[in-house]
Design a protein around this ligand. Structure first.
Ligand code: NAD
Length: 269
C-alpha cells in the first residue's frame, strides 16, 4: 500500500484528493495537513467529506506529514508548496504539487529540491489540458505569423492568481513553438486597456475572466483575415484534477530525484 499524505486537505482540491485517496484500494491515507489556524485541525478527516472515519485526524505538522508518507499531494499556496518541497527534499520523499501562482523564484526552489527528491509539478493535472498543450503548439507552429494568437481563461470567483497557471503554460508552449517571433517575455500582453494601437502580429494576448463557480476553461484563438480556429478545454468537475494528481502519485513512487511534469506522467513526452 502506498502511504499518501495530503497538504491543504480542507481546500476545494484537497477534499477531492482526500475522497479519491480513501476510495483507492492501493492507497493508505497516512496524514492530512492544514494551516495551523484552520478549524479542521484536530478533527477527523472524514468530517470534511462525510462518510465513516478512516482514523486520521487533520494535523498542522509538516514533519509528521513527510515522515509518514511515501508521496505527498499538495494543493495549497506558493509559499506553502515551497516549504513543503524543502521538507520533502530533506526527507527524500516524493511530492506531487498542483499549486499555481508560483513565481520564478518559487520555480527555482522546486528545481533545487528536485535534486534530492522526485517532484511532479503541474499547473493543470487534467489529461485533456495536457493534450491541449500539444495541440496548440502544433497549431501555432503550422499556422505561422499570419495568425494572431489570443488565450482566454475563465475561473471561479475564489481563484487567487491570474492569469491561470494553465494559461501561462499555454502561452509558454506557443512561444516556444513560434520561437522565431521572439520570447514570451517580449510578446505576452496581459489584458488590454486604452488606446493600444494596431496589434503587432507576434503578440500573444492572455486574458482572465473571473466569476461564479466556473471550474476552469481555456480557449486559444488563432485568428487571421477570413477565418479563425478556437481550441477550447472545459473542466466541469474538480475530480478531473484530483484524478490526475492520484495518477501522478502512483507514477512518481520509486522514480529517481528530478522535476517531472504531467506530460511525463501521461507519457506525452
Ligand atoms: P483552496 O483555497 O480551496 O485550498 C487551499 C487550502 O490550503 C486551504 O484549505 C488552506 O487552508 C490550505 N493551506 C493554507 N496554508 C496551509 C499550510 N501552511 N499548510 C497546509 N495547508 C494550508 O484552493 P483550491 O481551489 O483547492 O486550490 C489550491 C491550489 O491548487 C491553487 O493554487 C489552485 O490554483 C490550484 N489548482 C490546481 C489545479 C491543477 O490541476 N494543478 C486544479 C485546481 C486548482
Amino acid at each position: 500500500m502506498l502511504r499518501i499524505g495530503i497538504s491543504g486537505v480542507a481546500g476545494r482540491m484537497g477534499k477531492m484528493v482526500l475522497a479519491q485517496v480513501i476510495e483507492a484500494t492501493d492507497f493508505k491515507l497516512a496524514c492530512a495537513v492544514e494551516a495551523a489556524t484552520h478549524p479542521s485541525v484536530g478533527r477527523d478527516v472524514s468530517l470534511l467529506i462525510g462518510g465513516s472515519s478512516v482514523g486520521v485526524v487533520v494535523s498542522s505538522d509538516v514533519e509528521q506529514l513527510v515522515t509518514h508518507s511515501d508521496v505527498v499531494i499538495d494543493f495549497t499556496a506558493p509559499w506553502v508548496t515551497c516549504s513543503l518541497a524543502r521538507a520533502c527534499a530533506h526527507a527524500r520523499k516524493a511530492l506531487v504539487s498542483g499549486t499555481t501562482g508560483l513565481t520564478d523564484d518559487d520555480q527555482r526552489v522546486l528545481q533545487t529540491c528536485a535534486n534530492d527528491s522526485p517532484i511532479v509539478y503541474a499547473p493543470n493535472m487534467s489529461v485533456g489540458v495536457n493534450l491541449l498543450l500539444d495541440l496548440v503548439a502544433h497549431a501555432a507552429n503550422q499556422l505561422g505569423p499570419e495568425y494572431d494568437i489570443e488565450i482566454v481563461e475563465a475561473h471561479h470567483r475564489m481563484k487567487k492568481d491570474a492569469p491561470s497557471g494553465t494559461a501561462l503554460k499555454l502561452a509558454e508552449v506557443i512561444a516556444e513553438a513560434t520561437a522565431s517571433q521572439g520570447t514570451l517575455q517580449a510578446r505576452g500582453v496581459y489584458g488590454r486597456e486604452g488606446i493600444v494601437g494596431v496589434r503587432p502580429s507576434a503578440e500573444i494576448g492572455i486574458h482572465a475572466v473571473r466569476g461564479g463557480d466556473i471550474v476552469g476553461e481555456h480557449t486559444v484563438y488563432f485568428c487571421t483575415d477570413g477565418e479563425r480556429i478556437e481550441i477550447t478545454h472545459r473542466a466541469s468537475r474538480r475530480e478531473t484534477f484530483a484524478r490526475g494528481a492520484v495518477r501522478a502519485a502512483r507514477w512518481i513512487h520509486g522514480k529517481p530525484a528530478g522535476l517531472y511534469s504531467m506530460r511525463n506522467v501521461l507519457g506525452l513526452s
